[in-house]
Write a protein that binds this ligand. Structure first.
Ligand code: ATP
Length: 360
């Protein structure tokens, strides 16, 4: 699994070993002009777990919704979303509806809002099985019971209404529903938000177990880098609609190369470092308005090490060592002509940034 910066004109050949999901140059702009996803490239192979992290508003959910064409009418979407080699963006609607269950399915946060309060959970799980798998009612009932047991609930819970289940049980139902038509890819958008830590850990282990057993691809979205580092193989960090850093999950979490990745990671307690639990650091300022993005690198107004060119030029993802890639002028700068002078300015900017944050 990797995330790549490719030129808009470059089309990688579709080979027999094409990844399960191959997203190329994805751009999403909402009707009001918010550029929520900008030039995202990513791939997910079967059996792999990609975490997508970033502050609220950086475009994580928009990316997830775009993958299954769930965005509101009037939203402009361009690029390619190849699921098993088939472009979701150019499919006919009938095919999109089938792909939403059998190709890839989403587990949303807050199961109470996603489940229909007036229908038994079993009927809600059975519905896509009847519709897309064309099972008989008896076959759909049997499969529903199997799915519930698979996610750790007794088959008899099929008769329960959502309000009769705990938050963790409801989220298990959502996972069973996502698995109803045997998808190849699961997209989990903050699947454990609003659950207590013990239940959160159980749900994360369940998702991991199902992905491994069934050789599924997983995209897990969260603002919690620590949860993603614990669950996923790889991590992509988004800022203002772009992937600014990606690499092996633990390495990105423990040693991010992009100043935003570093700041995000510093905001969480370190595994094995109890002292950090009491000293998580915040990032001054707010993410930019996607309808009015800063010029150059969108992170430069908040960046403690920004140099003059950062307000003019955005950077592509580049090799940051140890299989990581980061979109920052300082990454790999030793080899770049003129880097020394900019780095010195950066040191001054860093000092100024520290002064700013210590006084704020
Ligand atoms: N339907 C919409 N119409 C217009 N703008 C939208 C819409 N949905 C989201 N946005 C904007 O797009 C940007 C990205 O939002 P998105 O929900 O994808 O971010 P996110 O990273 O998932 O945030 P969160 O973690 O809070 O869910 C935000 O600035 C948001 O206000």
């Amino acid at each position: 699994m990797s995330i790549q910066e490719t030129s808009k004109t470059t089309q990688a050949p579709r080979t027999e070993q094409a990844p399960l999901l191959d997203v190329r140059d994805l751009e999403v702009t909402y009707a009001g002009g918010a550029a929520a996803v900008r030039g995202v490239n990513l791939t997910v192979e079967a059996g792999q777990k990609l975490g997508i992290a970033g502050e609220s508003g950086c475009g994580k959910s928009t990316l997830a919704l775009a993958l299954l064409r769930l965005l509101p009418a009037g939203t402009k979407v361009s690029g390619e979303i190849l699921l098993d080699g088939e472009d979701v963006l150019t499919m006919k609607w009938g095919r999109v509806r089938a792909v939403r269950w059998a190709g890839a399915s989403i587990v949303f946060q807050g199961a109470m809002h996603s489940l229909n309060a007036v229908h038994r959970v079993g009927d809600q799980i059975a519905e896509p099985i009847l519709l897309h798998r064309k099972e008989t009612p008896a076959g759909a009932k049997r499969k529903t019971g199997e799915l519930l047991e698979h996610v750790g609930l007794p088959a008899s819970r099929a008769d329960a209404y959502p309000h009769e289940l705990s938050g963790g049980q409801r989220q298990r139902v959502m996972i069973a529903m996502a698995l109803a038509c045997d998808p190849r890819l699961i997209i989990a958008d903050e699947p454990t938000t609003a659950l207590d830590v013990m239940i959160q850990a159980q749900i994360l282990r369940l998702i991991e177990q199902l992905v491994t057993e069934q050789d599924l691809g997983l995209i897990m979205i969260s603002h919690d880098l620590a949860v993603l580092a614990d669950t996923c193989d790889r991590l992509a960090v988004m800022y203002a609609g772009r992937v600014v850093e990606e690499g092996p999950a633990l390495q990105v979490y423990e040693d991010a190369r992009h100043p935003y990745g570093k700041a995000l990671s510093a905001a969480f307690p370190r595994i094995g470092d109890p002292a950090s639990r009491f000293a998580p650091r915040g990032l001054p300022g707010d993410p930019p308005d996607p309808s009015d993005l800063p010029s150059g690198c969108a992170f430069h107004p908040r960046c403690a090490v920004a140099v003059e060119s950062c307000s003019r030029e955005d950077q592509a993802l580049r090799d940051a060592g140890r299989a990581r890639r980061a979109a920052c002028v300082h990454v790999g700068e030793a080899e770049r002509p003129g880097a020394k002078a900019e780095a010195e300015t950066g040191t001054e900017a860093e000092a100024a940034g520290e002064a700013r944050s210590s006084t704020s």
